[in-house]
Design a protein around this ligand. Structure first.
Ligand SMILES: *[C@@H]1O[C@H](CO)[C@@H](O)[C@H](O)[C@H]1NC(C)=O
Ligand SMILES: *[C@@H]1O[C@H](CO)[C@@H](O)[C@H](O)[C@H]1NC(C)=O
Ligand SMILES: *[C@@H]1O[C@H](CO)[C@@H](O)[C@H](O)[C@H]1NC(C)=O
Ligand SMILES: *[C@@H]1O[C@H](CO)[C@@H](O)[C@H](O)[C@H]1NC(C)=O
Ligand SMILES: *[C@@H]1O[C@H](CO)[C@@H](O)[C@H](O)[C@H]1NC(C)=O
Ligand SMILES: *[C@@H]1O[C@H](CO)[C@@H](O)[C@H](O)[C@H]1NC(C)=O
Ligand SMILES: *[C@@H]1O[C@H](CO)[C@@H](O)[C@H](O)[C@H]1NC(C)=O
Length: 216
């Protein structure tokens, strides 16, 4: 019996299989996750009924949070997003301008109903608290607030190892008590960087496949 030579398609199939394998290995190695806060409910509060759109503590208990993950707040300008590492501020529902452990992700708009997507990277291990300080804390007091425990996971990606918001030391002066406000427009830069890094790894992976094929 004569041995059939493999059809000419085989190398391409091999390349495809290898490419898929390497791509998924890259995805697994990247390992960072984006958590959409509240799932399909988003980050909303009904000011007529004084109820949050969902139970955010319940939602948080279904997730595992690691350094380098993002929380994605799908919301509008009727709510705010405050990140704090200060348990007192969280329990009291107050965002203290002068507290360096509290970060205000502002929309930069003073109009209601402006649709917003606010990505917040997780950069510190341990308890991270989130709430909305809109309506003098009423939203927060009625459940637009939650606590998460951030684990180390695989550690911060290079794009985030300078934790945003960037360190900024206000020079001493009469304006000292200013808010550490973070404008939403600043945030995606880091994500864009990490995305181009991923693409580069995939391209190198494909290069490796090509080199392998030469010696097949
Ligand atoms: C708030 O809840 C009331 C009563 O359930 C409902 O009629 C209203 O549409 C809700 N408002 C928003 C903005 O979802
Ligand atoms: C939200 O869910 C948590 C458990 O995940 C529960 O302890 C809490 O009472 C719930 N809150 C409301 C307002 O139902
Ligand atoms: C946003 O707030 C305004 C003013 O309180 C209100 O009229 C509007 O219904 C709110 N929108 C939503 C989606 O809650
Ligand atoms: C935490 O927040 C409280 C209330 O806003 C403030 O008095 C306190 O100084 C803050 N603690 C730290 C360590 O910043
Ligand atoms: C707690 O919140 C109230 C307003 O809701 C504010 O007057 C008070 O200063 C806050 N306390 C601290 C320790 O931040
Ligand atoms: C806030 O500042 C204090 C002292 O200036 C420092 O010990 C602490 O680590 C800072 N906290 C954060 C979250 O940057
Ligand atoms: C996660 O969100 C960040 C910030 O918006 C974005 O740059 C990144 O591409 C997202 N990653 C994934 C896997 O969706």
């Amino acid at each position: 019996m004569t041995k059939r030579s493999p059809p000419p398609m085989a190398p391409y199939l091999m390349a495809l299989v290898l490419f898929i394998t390497i791509s998924s290995a890259v995805a697994a190695a990247t390992g960072y996750k984006n958590h959409t806060v509240g799932g399909t409910s988003g980050w909303f509060f009904n000011s007529t009924t004084n109820t949050p759109a969902t139970n955010y503590s319940s939602w948080a208990s279904t997730q595992i949070f690691n350094l380098g993950d993002y929380l994605i707040f799908n919301t509008n300008s009727n709510q705010s997003v405050i990140l704090t590492y200060n348990n007192t501020a969280y329990l009291n529902c107050t965002a203290d301008d002068s507290d360096n452990g509290t970060f205000i992700y502002s929309s930069g708009t003073d109009r209601f109903n402006q649709a917003l997507t606010i990505p917040v990277p997780l950069t510190i291990v341990g308890p991270n608290y989130f709430f909305s300080d809109t309506s003098d804390g009423v939203q927060c007091q009625h459940g637009l607030a939650f606590e998460i425990q951030v684990q180390r996971g695989i550690g911060l990606p290079p794009s985030l190892n300078q934790p945003p918001p960037p360190p900024y030391n206000e020079p001493p002066g009469p304006d000292n008590a200013q808010s550490p406000t973070v404008t939403v427009a600043d945030i995606p830069k880091n994500g864009a960087l990490s995305k181009s890094a991923d693409v580069r790894v995939v391209v190198y992976g494909l290069g490796a496949v090509m080199v392998l094929l030469q010696f097949w």
